[in-house]
Design a protein around this ligand. Structure first.
Ligand SMILES: Cc1cc2nc3c(=O)[nH]c(=O)nc-3n(C[C@H](O)[C@H](O)[C@H](O)COP(=O)(O)OP(=O)(O)OC[C@H]3O[C@@H](n4cnc5c(N)ncnc54)[C@H](O)[C@@H]3O)c2cc1C
Length: 355
């Protein structure tokens, strides 16, 4: 962990926004990060959640939303997405603030607290940090196109942060899953012309999205090309066109924006730079508090390691409960913590909005 105050000199993508003061910032909105909101909330600790994905649920929502999980206590079968939805419902009374589509890049000590910085310039100053980063940050897969790096961030984007940035542009979207189809439907009304390229005439996305896309194509409101992008054309990061390799031969189309949706991989990412002790890309913690080598920074879920660790959702839930008990003493120093059951404590039930 770098010296106190050093972060003031770090670039914040031009943001001059005031820091968000928080009791707890949770890095990662996977199932364990979500349940951590619940356990912290029961102890009056309000959480801010940050995730690089544009939706909560981590691996469950991104990698296997429709697969059934059979080992969540009390839920004999639940899909990845249903579990996420249920967790979102369970934490609703604690109204956590979500900062989605943002990656926490820097984490440093700041007085008696911590300062965090995201890649979009959001700054947090917080008493407690909960690293629930799972297998690391989801990172988009880069298509194998020569010179694509030069266009990234200027003409080539792996996510849409602002629809307005695509207004009046010739947009090329590549992919056949839900992300590609969702952005086809969202950007078609604002783009000058939108083209979807997919390697085959079958789509993995939701059937109603496929249907809507096909009816836009039939109405000549957008183009669909079956093939693969084989080359990009432009200069100094400014895209002018792309070559599509199709059955009928190569076709060059005009485009100034390219959105490739080739899926995501998990990489440890910035967690490695925060000065925390690491053991084979995992964060060692104690099993009483799930605290890292830095007091006040906790690690729960798949990102942590300790003797006997099992990378299971249920283990992460247990870890979140014990972490919250320890975090309480940092957020409310000197205050006594009473152990209470949700079944019988009217104070807990009031917090849950059920009494
Ligand atoms: C196919 C498959 C099937 C599985 N089946 C089961 C099962 O049956 N039962 C079971 O218990 N487990 C199962 N698992 C494992 C389970 O999904 C994980 O244990 C669980 O998702 C871990 O939750 P987590 O919240 O710790 O991390 P994750 O779900 O990995 O979420 C971590 C989140 O942190 C975010 N993040 C990371 N770094 C940053 C950063 N710097 N800034 C912002 N955000 C960041 C990531 O984008 C991610 O969304 C399965 C996993 C897979 C892949």
């Amino acid at each position: 962990m770098s010296a106190e105050g050093a972060m003031g000199s770090l670039p914040v993508n031009g943001s001059t926004a005031a820091p968000i003061e928080a009791d707890a910032v949770i890095i990662g909105a996977g199932p364990v990060g979500l349940f951590a909101v619940f356990e912290l909330g029961l102890l009056d600790i309000k959480a801010q959640l940050v995730d690089i994905l544009d939706k909560p649920g981590g691996q469950c929502a991104e990698l296997y939303p429709e697969k059934p999980i059979y080992d969540i206590p009390g839920l004999p079968v639940v899909t990845g997405q249903e579990l996420t939805d249920r967790l979102m419902q369970q934490i609703k009374p604690f109204a956590p603030t979500f900062h989605l589509g943002q990656r926490v890049d820097a984490l440093e000590r700041h007085g008696g607290r911590f300062r965090l910085l995201t890649d979009t310039g959001t700054v947090f100053v917080t008493k407690v940090v909960v690293v629930a980063a799972g297998g690391g940050s989801f990172t988009p897969k880069r298509p194998p196109l020569a010179g694509i790096e030069a266009y990234e961030g200027k003409s080539v984007f792996y996510a849409v942060r602002r629809i307005e940035d695509f207004r009046g542009k010739d947009v090329l979207i590549v992919g056949g899953g839900d992300s590609a189809l969702d952005w086809v439907l969202n950007l078609q009304p604002v783009a000058k012309r939108l083209t979807l390229v997919h390697r085959r005439d079958e789509f993995r996305g939701a059937p109603h999205s496929v249907e809507k896309m096909r009816s836009l194509v039939a109405d000549k409101k957008m183009d669909l090309r079956i093939g693969q992008v084989s080359a990009l054309h432009g200069e100094n990061g400014v895209l002018m066109g792309a070559t599509i390799r199709a059955k009928e031969g190569d076709v060059r189309i005009d485009c100034t924006r390219l959105l490739p949706f080739f899926g995501l991989t998990m990489k440890l990412g910035p967690v490695a730079n925060w000065g925390l002790n690491l053991n084979e890309n995992l964060i060692p913690v104690d099993t009483a508090k799930f605290e890292t080598s830095e007091a006040g920074i906790f690690a729960v879920g798949d990102i942590n390691t300790y003797p006997g660790k099992l990378k299971l959702i249920l283990s992460g839930f247990h870890e979140a409960a014990l972490m919250a008990q320890a975090a309480y003493h940092i957020v409310f120093p000197g205050k006594k913590l009473l152990f209470q059951y949700t079944t019988s404590s009217s104070s807990l039930q009031r917090k849950l909005g059920v009494s």
